[in-house]
Design a protein around this ligand. Structure first.
Ligand code: 5GP
Length: 181
């Protein structure tokens, strides 16, 4: 483990994250008034965000989990999205809300939106991401609901891992690039 907990600098505190999630949930509650929603949490990274977000939503909600991966143990994307587990129920006629941790290149989001678009005729498909890192974007994907813009940092914590570790942190932080190489 090259990155120690003490190497991780805080970018967003627990309080900032939780406050922003409440604001996003408020937007969603207004947007979906009177509608049912099927939320799809993209594991593993989005698990913390999805769990905290859905607790603030007040519409009838189903929750599904899928697992995609593009990073492996590296800190840069492989450019290829791997559908580790993408079993979904019938989404025809449903309001689908995809919940991601971070949009970076946008390849994962595009893969998933294309997959849903090809397999189902949904009532609506929206995409929520806690973090939006635009600098390496390779697609025209923009989240419909978004928490924070971030710049060129490899982020760790609150679901985001470093080599499988630190997903359990309550804050989102980063380590100096020299430690990640
Ligand atoms: P994309 O396909 O948009 O390039 O990347 C999406 C996935 O890459 C995210 O769901 C996340 O798992 C991973 N990812 C992108 N940026 C970061 C980062 O700064 N830190 C961590 N830990 N994972 C990231």
């Amino acid at each position: 483990m090259d990155v120690k907990l003490s190497d991780i600098k805080v970018l967003f505190t627990e309080e900032q994250i939780q406050n922003r999630i409440k604001e996003i949930a408020h937007e969603m509650n207004e947007f979906y008034t009177g509608e049912e929603v099927c939320a799809i949490c993209v594991l593993k990274g989005a698990v913390m965000f999805a769990v905290d977000l859905v607790k603030e939503l007040d519409m009838p909600l189903q929750m599904e989990f899928i697992r995609l991966s593009s990073y492996g143990s590296s800190t840069t994307t492989s450019g290829k999205v791997n559908a580790v587990d993408i079993k979904l129920p019938d989404l025809n006629g449903k309001n689908v809300l995809i919940i991601e941790d971070i949009v970076d290149t946008g390849l994962t989001a595009k893969f998933l939106l294309d997959f849903i678009g090809c397999n189902f005729k949904t009532k609506s498909t929206k995409f929520a991401s806690l973090l939006d890192k635009k600098i390496f974007r390779q697609t025209d994907i923009e989240p419909d609901f978004m928490g924070f813009h971030v710049d060129d940092k490899f982020l760790i914590g609150y679901g985001l891992d470093y080599d499988g570790y630190y997903r359990n942190l309550k804050f989102i932080g980063y380590a100096d690039k020299s430690l990640l190489e």
